[in-house]
Design a protein around this ligand. Sequence first.
Ligand code: SAH
Length: 213
Amino acid sequence: MRDTFKHQGLRQQLVNVLKNKGITDASVLAAIGKIPRHLFMDSSFLDHAYQDKAFPIAADQTISQPYTVAFQTELMQVNRGDKVLEIGTGSGYQTAVLCEIGAKVYSIERQQELFKKTSKFLPKLGYRAKKLIFGDGYKGLVEQAPFKSIIVTAGAPFVPKPLLAQLEIGGRLVIPVGDKVQTMTLFVRKGPTEFDKTEFGEFRFVPLLEDKN
Ligand code: SAH
C-alpha cells in the first residue's frame, strides 16, 4: 500500500479539476486531496485513479466519480462531529471522505463481499467509521436515528420513506433518484412532516437494489 509523490501530484491535479467544475467546499477538496484513491481500486486501474471517472470495483459495482463524491458531499454540508449515514459503502472511498471531514459515519452495504473487503481495508488506512453494517439501505438505520445527513450512493428508483423519517429537523438527505439516469435530489427536513426538495443535474449510478439478505 504505497502513496508516492506521483500519486500526491496527480491528486492535486484532480482537486484542481473539481474546483474548475464548480466544487468550492474547502473541507471536501482537502479530503479528496488527502485520500489515496488509488488504494481503493484494483491494481490494474492504478493509472486511472486520479482521472475524474467512475471505475469498476468488486461484485459488479463501481467507485463513484470524484466529481459525484464531491458534489454529493458538498450538498450534505458536513461539519466535524455530525452523525451521518451512507447507503452503499462499496469501496469505502466516500466513507473515507466523510471520516476525513470528521463526521461520525454509519454506512450500509448489501453485498457481503464488498462489506467484508471494505471493513478490513478502511481501518488499515486509518479510517474508522462508527459502524459498517451489512444490510439493506432501504430501511436506513433506525436504531441510530436521527442523522444530521444521509447520502445514498446508488440510483434509487424512489425515495425510501425510512430515510426521510431518520433525518433530524434541519437534516439533509442527498439522493440520486431515477431508473436509468438519476436526478440528484436534496431534501431538507423543515419539520416533523415538512421537507424542502431541490433538484440538481443528472447523474448515473449503479442501482439501489432491493434487499437480498
Ligand atoms: N460509495 C461507494 C459507491 C459504491 S456503488 C464508493 O465510494 O465506492 C453503490 C453501492 O451501493 C454498491 O456497493 C452496492 O452494492 C450498494 N447497494 C446497492 N443497493 C443497496 C442497498 N439496498 N443497501 C445498501 N447498499 C446497496
